[in-house]
Design a protein around this ligand. Structure first.
Ligand code: A5P
Length: 228
């Protein structure tokens, strides 16, 4: 099964977590885009919900499909969020932010009773860190933060767009992509990054995923977090 079909299959499997009348967090990325498409079909067929998108891009896709959009001010408590991930370890800890939306994604996940992560089989790893960890920084601080993260042993690069200009997040910040290789102590690294002045957020999502749906060929593997 092709990778994109796996993403679609995982997205389809997440639909059973969505119930009528709920507030639904809407993820970002190519896998979440399949979810949004399918959610649009459910709404067209009469499902009532309010969607909280995790990026401007996802908001545009959802709105174009007729999905009612709300803000966190209107709905600060989300019933269920469905989102993708760049890496998932056996404890359902994640690296996210490959699409640059990690800040809003983490806020939406933190406001959600249930977080369903949908991926293809390539995203499962025994140890996080093969994927460069995205760290969102305010522009003023980026050179200082870059040096500090390099001092932790990572090779760090400022994310750029195709035209060479720095990538801008929806909140108008920059992203440092930090290659650590295998991360020995995920919690410790998360704390160290959060403690750095100028770091807005990092892409380590710990204790946030409730359910993981991985498409592996035609099979869907479901894993549940032990603490949820
Ligand atoms: C967006 O910022 C990310 O966190 C995505 O959820 C993640 O990059 C997964 O994206 P794909 O589904 O496109 O692989």
């Amino acid at each position: 099964m092709a990778n994109d079909q796996e993403k679609e299959a995982a997205a389809r499997a997440s639909l059973r977590f969505i119930k009528d009348g709920q507030v639904v967090g809407i993820g970002t990325g190519t896998t979440a885009a399949h979810f949004i498409q399918l959610l649009g079909e459910l709404v067209k067929n009469g499902l009532r919900l309010r969607g909280i998108p995790t990026s401007d891009h996802s908001r545009q896709q959802a709105a174009a499909l007729g999905i009612p959009i709300a803000t966190l001010d209107e709905c600060p408590q989300i019933d269920v969020t469905v989102d993708g991930a760049d890496e998932v370890d056996p404890e359902l800890r994640l690296i996210k932010g490959g699409g640059g939306a990690l800040l809003r994604e983490k806020i939406v996940a933190s406001a959600s009773k249930q977080v369903v992560i949908i991926t293809d089989a390539t995203k499962r790893v025994p140890v996080l860190g093969r994927f460069p960890l995205p760290v969102e920084v305010i522009k003023f601080a980026q050179a200082v933060v870059l040096r500090k993260i390099e001092a932790l042993g990572a090779s760090v690069s400022l994310r750029r767009q195709a035209d060479g200009k720095p990538f801008l997040t929806d909140e108008n910040n920059h992203i440092l992509d930090c290659s650590f290789g295998q991360i020995a102590d995920v919690e410790k690294l998360a704390r160290r990054l959060s403690d750095m002045p100028g770091v807005v957020e990092h892409g380590l999502f710990i204790g946030m995923a409730s359910v993981l749906l991985v498409a592996n060929g035609s099979e869907i593997v479901e894993l549940r977090a032990s603490n949820k």
